[in-house]
Design a protein around this ligand. Sequence first.
Ligand code: PMP
Length: 305
Amino acid sequence: MADRDGFIWFDGKLVPWREATVHGLTHSLHYGLGCFEGERAYATERGAAIFRLPEHTKRLFNSAKILQMDVSFTPEEINEATKEVIRANGLESAYIRPLFFYGAEGMGLAAKGLKVHALIAAWPWGSYLGQEALERGIRVKVSSFSRHHVNIHLCKAKASGNYMNSMLAHREAHNGGYDEALLLDREGYVAEGSGENVFMVRDGILYTPTLTSALEGITRDTILRFASDAGIPIIEKQLTRDEFYIADEAFFTGTAAEVTPIREIDDRKIGNGRRGPITEALQSRYFDTVAGRRNDHPEWLHYVD
Ligand code: PMP
């Protein structure tokens, strides 16, 4: 990742990609207190458009607030800088990674006198779990790792340190021959994937777990809006793993994962083991919307030019 051409926005200015480096005593590198976002820009007829940019920036600043990080930039400056990064790198579509982190101005948990640094990088990134996953669906395993307890890690923050749990779960699932992990909360209810929210469909009703230890996903919100527009009944409640086993359909949502069908959980086929009709309808509406082929939510597309 470090060795490529292009520009990264770093503390207010664009710097050449290879020069966007930090010192080894960078505080966030040691203790994991930092926050970030994952956004996507899609190619549209009118050029690159960042999907729901202000909502992502809002969540980034909410994360910083939760973590008590004093950011010296405004959300408007970060929005503008995000567009600038896409333009400077000549990207038609991209994955975008803004990050707030503490610098190397000091060490110790008191984090006194530390500067909050900000960077925004963007690069081309295809489908996160592979193109085939979007059509065929993926195989998922309930993780032996629990999702964060709400009073240990703060789950409304997209905090860097929260992702140690995600990585352990993801790695375990992969090493076991599965595509992704499904994490349960400390009470044993389904929370989310390592980097995705989760949905299931049963008897025409769309279910998704209440947001306790899961991130408030922007794709989750998008899908709930589509379902409500389409008159699909929605129930948000605590869900058990066996409710998922007997669901007709299941899928993950996330900026990176987009809308990824789940064809199997814990070696049990979900529905007929293929992408279900409601999943497919919501998925195609998602791809049409992000690419500007549908115009029912123009406020979600933020054109770079
Ligand atoms: N949960 C976790 C743990 C995530 O990392 C993500 C990805 N940001 C999501 C859910 C989905 O969030 P979004 O749809 O906003 O990308």
